[in-house]
Design a protein around this ligand. Sequence first.
Ligand code: SAM
Length: 304
Amino acid sequence: MLKASGKFQMNRLLLPEPLIKSPLNYIGGKYKLLPQILPLFPCKIKNFVDLFAGGGNVGINVVAERIFLNDNLVYLIDLFRYFKETPVNEILFQIEQCILKFNLSLENEEGYLALRNSYNLEKSPLKLFILVCFSFNHQIRFNSKHCFNVPFGKNRSEYNNTIKYNLMSFIRELKNKNIYFSVCSFEKFDFESFDENDLFYCDPPYLISTGTYNDGKRGFSGWSETEEKKLLTFLDQLDAKNIKFALSNLLFHKGNRNVILNEWLSNHKKYNVQRLDFHYNNSSYNLLSRKKDDTQEVLITNYR
Ligand SMILES: C[S@@+](CC[C@H](N)C(=O)[O-])C[C@H]1O[C@@H](n2cnc3c(N)ncnc32)[C@H](O)[C@@H]1O
C-alpha cells in the first residue's frame, strides 16, 4: 500500500481536513465535488493553474509549489488580491463597519441597494464581497456598463457566522500559500514556461447548463460553442507540450448532450474520462430524482 510521504502526496492520498469552502458560495463552485476531484490530481504538482478560478474552491485546496488563480472577471481577482494583502482583523472590522453603516440585514433592501450604488461608484473589493453575501443566491453579475446588478436576497442571504468562518479559513490559506493572480481569458494565458510537472485545472462555464457567468450579460463575454471549441484546442496544445490538464464538465444534462465535447473525446481516445457523482453525498436524493436530473459530471484528464 502507498504511504503519504511529504507534502506532494497530499492531493491524492490525504485530503486536507477540513476542506476550505469559498466564502463566496460561488454558483457552479466545486466544493461538494472536491473529495472526488482532488484524489484524481497528480500526487506531485509543481505549478497548479486554476484557469477558471471562480470562487477559488479548487485552487485554495490544492498542494503545489505555486498556485495560479486566473479568471476573466477582474473584480473577483481584485477581491482575492485584497484578501491576500490585507490583515484579517482589518477585513473583519471593515465588514462589520460597512454592515452597520448601510444597516444591512435579511430584510433591509434599501440598505442593500445603497451599498450596491456605492460599490458601482468606487468598485471597492470589500464592498463586492459584502454585496455577494446579501445578494440573491449569492450571485455575482455585472451589466454591460460593468455595474453590479444582482437583486437583494431578501430573507435568504446575509453575512453570517458560517460565511465568516469560511472567509477566515480562506484568507488564512490565501496568505499561507504561494498564490499568484491573473486576469485574462483562458486562451491568452501564457503556458510557455510550464511543463510536465504542472497541472492546468479547467472548470469553465458549462455549455449545456446555465450560470450567470455564461449568459454574456455580465459585461464580459459569454460562453458559446466558439469558446468551447477554443478551450478544447487549448487543452490539445497543453497536451502537445506534455503539460497535464484536468477538465471539469458535463457529458449530458437534462436531455442535452454536449456534442462538441463527446466528439472531441472520441477523436482523442488517450484522454481519460472519470465519472463523478454530484449527488453522492446526499442520501435523501433517490433514484427517481436522479433519473429526472440525468446529469453526468466528469473530470477529463490527459494523465492517469
Ligand atoms: C464554473 S465557474 C468556476 C468555479 C470554481 N471552480 C469554483 O469551484 O469556485 C467558471 C468561471 O469561469 C470564468 N470565466 C468565464 N469565461 C472565462 C474565460 N473566457 N476565461 C477565463 N475565465 C472565464 C467565470 O467568470 C467563472 O468565474
